[in-house]
Design a protein around this ligand. Structure first.
Ligand SMILES: Cc1ncc(COP(=O)(O)O)c(C=O)c1O
Length: 339
C-alpha cells in the first residue's frame, strides 16, 4: 500500500532506513533465564541529514509544502537542545532556504554543556539564526516579531510547528508505518508492537494514521517524554492523527488505538532519569548503538521495563523506532560514567 503521490514533498534522504535485529540486547534481557520477545530496531537515526532523526522525514513534506507556497525562509521553535530545530536548519541549508530557530530555555538542567554544545553547536554550524528566549517568553509575540522582521527584509517565511507535528509533517510517519510492514513482510516476520518516544505527538499520530490506512497491524506504543498524562495529550494527538488520516485517505483513528505510557518521564521533559541512563548504556554496550538522553533513551527504558515486567508475550516481535537525537548526548556529559 502507498500514500497518495500528489502530496508536496522534497527528497532529503535516500531509500528506506534499515530494520535490524538486536540479538545481544535480547540476550542481555534474558540473562536471568527469562523469555524475551524478538527485538528489532528501525533505524530512523540513519536518515542521513546532519545527524539524522525522525524530523528529516517530516521535513520532506513540510519543506515541500513551504516551497509550494513560495517560501524562502523557515521558522520553527523548540527547546535549546531541539533535534527538530537542528534538522530544520540542515534541511533548510540543503534546500537553499534561510532558517530561524526560536529556542526556549525551558529545561531546568544545569550543565554548561547543555546551553553551548550538542544540537546548539550544530545549529550554529548549519548557519541558522538562533533566537534564544527565556523560559517564560511570550512565544506568540516572539514568532510575530521574527516573522515581521523577515517580511520587512523582503523574505517569505513559512512557519513549521514545534516538532514538525501537524498533518503535513506526520504524513511521513504514516509512510514509515507502511515501510515497516513492507520490511517485516520481506523478512518473513510479523510485528506485534512498535515502541517509540512521544514528544510533540506527530510521530505517534502519523504511525496511527498509517495503521488506520491499513486497517490494523502492530500496536503503536508511545512512551511519553513530555506530556505527563493521557488527558494532557489525547485531544491533540487524535486531532493530528485524524487530519493526517484525512490527508492520506485513511479511516478514523480511534481513541482506544492511542496507547501511551507515562512512567518514564521522570522529572519532566529533558530531565535525565536513571532508567534512561541504564537504557542508553545497555544498548550502547550490547549493540554498539547510540540512543539519546531526551527521547529514545527514555523510550527504550519504557520498552525494556514492559519486557521485564512481563507485559509483553514472549512470542511477540517488537520494533523499537530509533528516532535519532544522538547529538543531545553531548549536552549531558555528566550523566554517563565509564564502565
Ligand atoms: C530524537 C527524537 N525522538 C523522538 C521525538 C518525538 O517525536 P514527536 O515530536 O513527533 O513526538 C523527537 C522530537 O523532537 C526527537 O527529536
Amino acid at each position: 500500500m502507498q500514500l497518495p503521490d500528489n502530496l508536496p514533498h522534497v527528497s532529503l534522504m535516500e531509500g528506506v532506513t534499515p530494520l535490524q535485529e538486536m540479538p545481544r540486547l535480547r540476550e542481555a534481557l534474558m540473562s536471568d533465564g527469562r523469555a524475551c520477545p524478538q527485538l528489532y530496531i528501525k533505524r530512523d537515526d540513519l536518515t542521513g541529514l546532519a545527524g539524522g532523526g525522525n524530523k528529516t522525514r517530516k521535513l520532506e513534506y513540510l519543506i515541500g509544502d513551504a516551497l509550494q507556497k513560495g517560501a524562502d525562509t523557515v521558522i520553527t521553535a523548540g527547546a535549546l537542545q531541539s533535534n527538530h530545530a537542528r534538522q530544520t536548519a540542515a534541511a533548510a541549508a540543503k534546500m537553499g532556504l534561510a532558517a530561524h530557530l526560536i529556542l526556549f530555555e525551558t529545561v531546568p538542567y544545569e550543565d554548561p554543556a547543555y546551553s553551548t554544545s550538542g544540537n546548539l553547536l550544530l545549529d550554529r554550524i548549519l548557519g541558522a539564526e538562533v533566537h534564544r528566549q527565556a523560559k517564560d517568553a511570550d512565544a506568540r509575540a516572539v514568532f510575530e516579531e521574527v516573522t515581521e522582521k523577515i517580511r520587512a527584509s523582503g523574505g517569505t517565511p513559512y512557519l513549521i510547528p514545534v516538532g514538525g507535528s501537524n498533518a503535513v509533517g506526520s504524513t511521513a510517519y504514516a509512510q514509515v508505518f507502511l515501510e515497516i510492514q513492507d520490511q517485516a513482510k520481506a523478512a518473513g516476520i510479523t510485528v506485534d508492537r512498535i515502541f517509540h518516544a512521544n514528544g510533540s505527538l506527530g510521530t505517534q499520530a502519523g504511525l496511527l494514521a498509517g495503521r488506520a490506512l491499513t486497517n490494523g497491524g502492530p500496536k503503536v506504543e508511545g512512551i511519553s517524554v513530555s506530556k505527563p498524562t493521557r488527558e494532557s495529550l489525547l485531544g491533540e494527538l487524535l486531532d493530528i492523527a485524524n487530519l493526517t488520516s484525512e490527508r492520506i485517505g485513511g479511516s478514523l483513528v480511534q481513541e482506544e488505538d492511542v496507547r501511551v505510557e507515562f512512567r518514564h518521564l521522570g522529572d519532566g521533559y529533558g530531565m535525565p532519569t536513571e532508567g534512561m541512563v541504564s537504557a542508553v548504556e545497555l544498548v550502547a554496550r550490547t549493540e554498539g548503538l547510540l540512543l539519546d538522553p531526551v527521547y529514545t533513551g527514555k523510550a527504550m527504558a519504557g520498552m525494556i521495563a514492559a519486557i521485564l515486567n512481563g507485559e509483553i508475550g514472549e512470542t511477540e516481535t517488537l520494533v523499537f523506532l530509533h528516532t535519532g537525537g544522538m547529538p543531545g548526548l553531548f549536552a549531558y556529559p555528566n550523566e554517563f560514567k565509564s564502565k
